[in-house]
Design a binder for this molecule. Structure first.
Ligand SMILES: Cc1cc2nc3c(=O)[nH]c(=O)nc-3n(C[C@H](O)[C@H](O)[C@H](O)COP(=O)(O)OP(=O)(O)OC[C@H]3O[C@@H](n4cnc5c(N)ncnc54)[C@H](O)[C@@H]3O)c2cc1C
Length: 484
C-alpha cells in the first residue's frame, strides 16, 4: 500500500517519498528492550518518544522508512476531536464520556504545540485558527453545536454568521462557520522529521527496512520476528496502521484502507488573497474539502478518497473542479504536485487505542485526524505501561470490528461517493433555497413599494367591510399570489 506521488520537484511541501533521514539502520542483531514499537509513523514515534522520556528502553521497527506513509502526507491541520461527528459520539457514549474524549484530543493538540516550536523544529511554519464551514444553512443547529462544543466540552469556539464567513471566504457556497481559534497548522513533513529527531535524542533506537513478520505475545517476554534478527520485549505497541500485515492479520482486518489525496497548486499570485482572506485551515462539515494557503500564494488541498489505490494524477481534475466551483474568480488553477496515502478507517470512526492483552498494545485507525490523536495515544499508552494509568480505557467502547475485507472496500467506496454526492447536492439545495428566499424578499419589497404609492394616490379611507361577493375574489387573489 505505497503512497502515490505524481511529480517530484522540490517546493514548500516536500513529497512523502523523499527520505530525509540518513540513519537507515536495519536490525541485524538480536536485541532485548522494554518496549518494541511496530511502525515509525506519527503513532509509533509518539509512543516511542513518550515511553523513552519515562525511562524505558525503546526500539522502533519500521518496514520501510520513517514516516514514508500517511504520516508525511498530511495537510498539517491540528484540530480537536475525532473522525466522528460530535452528535454521534454523544449518542454512543453519553455527554460526560464524549466530553472526556474531546478533552483528550485537546490534550493531544497541546502536546503537538509544545513539540512543534520554531526552535525545536526549524521551518515548522505555524499558523493559527481553523474554520469548519457549512455547505448548508445551519440556522439554529449552529447554536446547538456551539453550546455543545463551547459549554459542555469547554472548547474555545466562535460561531460565525454567513456575512462574516463570506467576508473572508469569497464564495457563495458557504453559510455559517465554527471558528476554532486554538487550532493550528504546521508543516507536516517537518513535524514527522522533528518527532523522529526528538525520539532519537531521547534514546529511542529506530531500525528501518525491518518489517515485523510475526509476534509471539503469549509470554511475559514477548518475541518479535524480523527477517534478520529477533527481538524480545516486555511490551509491544502495534502502530502499523493499514500496513501491519503478517504482524497482526486480525488487527489489519479491522481497518478499511482509504487513500486520501492531496494536491499543491502552482503559485496563484494576488488573486488568492482576494478570494481567501483566512490563513488557517478550512474544512467543510461534510468532509468534502479541506484546504489552506501555504507558501503565501499556493493552495494545499485534500479531499477525494478512494478505497483503491488510484494514481493521484487521475484525480487532480476533481480537485481543480472543486476549486473552480468554490472560487471561480481564481480562474484556471494549475496543480504542481499531487500525492495520496492510505489512512486507516475503523468501522466506528474512532481510533484504536489500548491494551489488547497483557503487554500487547494498539495505536492505530487514526483516520483523517492523526496529528493530535496520535500524540495523545502515545502519552496514554506510555503512561499506561509505566504508571498503570488507565485513561486509555476511555477508548474501550470502540472495539476491534472487522472492516469487511474486499467487500468492505467496495461498499466503502460506494458510501464515500454517495456521501460526497449527498453533501454536494445538499449544498446545491441550500444555495437554491437561499436564492429563492432572496427573490421572495425582493418581491415583498416591490409589493410593499407598490402599496405605498397606491396609498399616496388614493385618499385615506376607512376600509368598508367586504361584501359577500367581494370576499372569494380577494381570497383567490391572495392564494394565487406568487409569493404565497
Ligand atoms: C493526504 C492526507 C492528508 C492528511 N491531513 C491530515 C491533517 O491535516 N491533520 C491530521 O491530523 N491528519 C491528517 N491526515 C491523517 C494522518 O496522516 C494519519 O492519521 C496518520 O499519519 C496516521 O499515522 P500512523 O502512524 O497511524 O500510520 P502510518 O503513517 O500509515 O504509519 C504506519 C507505519 O507503520 C509501518 N509498518 C506497518 N506494518 C509494519 C510491520 N509489520 N513492520 C514494520 N513496520 C510496519 C509502515 O511502514 C508505516 O511507516 C492526513 C492523511 C492524508 C493521507
Amino acid at each position: 500500500m505505497t503512497p502515490s506521488v505524481t511529480s517530484a520537484t522540490n517546493g514548500p511541501h516536500p513529497l512523502p517519498t523523499e527520505a530525509a533521514s540518513d540513519l537507515h539502520a536495519r536490525l541485524t542483531f538480536d536485541l532485548d528492550v522494554d518496549l518494541c514499537v511496530v511502525g515509525a509513523g506519527l503513532a509509533g514515534l509518539s509512543v516511542a518518544l513518550e515511553a523513552a522520556q519515562l525511562g524505558l528502553s525503546v526500539a522502533v521497527l519500521e518496514a520501510r522508512r520513517v514516516g514514508w506513509a500517511a504520516s508525511s502526507a498530511t495537510l498539517g491541520s491540528v484540530l480537536p476531536g475525532y473522525g466522528v461527528p460530535i452528535g454521534e459520539l454523544i449518542e454512543r457514549v453519553g455527554v460526560g464520556h464524549a466530553s472526556d474524549l474531546w478533552a483528550l484530543s485537546r490534550e493531544g493538540m497541546d502536546i503537538v504545540r509544545a513539540r512543534a516550536t520554531e526552535e525545536a523544529m526549524p521551518g515548522i511554519a505555524l499558523s493559527s485558527g481553523a474554520l469548519e464551514v457549512s455547505n448548508v444553512d445551519l440556522g439554529d443547529r449552529l447554536v446547538e453545536r456551539l453550546q455543545t462544543l463551547g459549554v459542555d466540552f469547554g472548547s474555545e469556539v466562535e460561531g460565525w454568521q454567513i456575512d462574516r464567513v463570506r467576508e473572508v471566504l469569497r464564495t457563495q457556497r458557504y453559510f455559517h462557520a465554527i471558528h476554532f481559534p486554538g487550532a493550528f497548522q504546521l508543516d507536516g513533513r517537518r513535524y514527522i522529521r522533528g518527532l523522529e529527531a526528538m525520539a532519537r535524542r531521547a534514546g529511542v533506537r529506530i531500525f528501518e527496512d525491518t518489517p515485523v513478520l510475526g509476534i509471539d505475545s503469549s509470554g511475559i517476554r514477548k518475541r518479535i520476528v524480523t527477517p534478520h534478527a529477533r527481538m524480545r520485549a516486555s511490551d509491544i505497541v502495534l502502530a502499523g496502521n493499514v500496513h501491519l500485515g503478517a504482524a497482526s492479520p486480525r488487527l489489519t482486518r479491522t481497518l478499511l484502507p482509504m487513500w486520501r489525496m492531496a494536491a499543491l497548486t502552482a503559485p496563484l499570485g494576488e488573486r488568492l488573497a482576494e478570494a481567501i482572506a483566512f490563513t488557517g485551515s478550512i474544512a467543510d462539515t461534510d468532509g468534502v474539502d479541506h484546504y489552506r494557503i501555504v507558501g503565501g500564494d499556493r493552495l494545499l488541498w485534500t479531499g477525494p478518497e478512494t478505497t483503491f489505490d488510484i494514481a493521484p494524477r487521475r484525480l487532480e481534475g476533481l480537485i481543480r473542479r472543486r476549486i473552480a466551483a468554490l472560487y471561480p474568480q481564481l480562474g484556471a488553477v494549475a496543480i504542481e504536485r499531487s500525492w495520496s496515502a492510505p489512512i486507516g478507517q475503523t468501522v466506528h470512526g474512532m481510533p484504536q487505542i489500548g491494551e489488547l492483552r497483557r503487554g500487547l498494545w494498539v495505536a492505530s485507525g487514526f483516520g483523517r485526524h492523526g496529528l493530535s490523536t496520535t500524540a495523545i495515544a502515545g502519552r496514554l499508552i506510555a503512561q499506561g505501561i509505566v504508571h498503570g494509568d488507565q485513561r486509555w480505557r476511555l477508548f474501550d467502547p470502540f472495539e476491534l470490528v472487522w472492516a469487511g475485507g474486499k467487500i468492505g472496500r467496495v461498499v466503502g467506496q460506494g458510501v464515500a461517493i454517495a456521501e460526497r454526492r449527498t453533501a454536494i447536492a445538499s449544498g446545491l439545495l441550500a444555495r437554491y433555497r437561499e436564492r429563492a428566499a432572496e427573490r421572495s424578499r425582493q418581491r415583498e419589497e416591490r409589493r410593499e413599494a407598490a402599496n405605498r404609492s397606491v396609498r399616496r394616490v388614493l385618499p385615506e379611507q376607512t376600509p368598508a367591510s367586504p361584501t359577500k361577493s367581494d370576499r372569494p375574489v380577494e381570497q383567490r387573489t391572495e392564494a394565487g399570489s406568487p409569493s404565497a
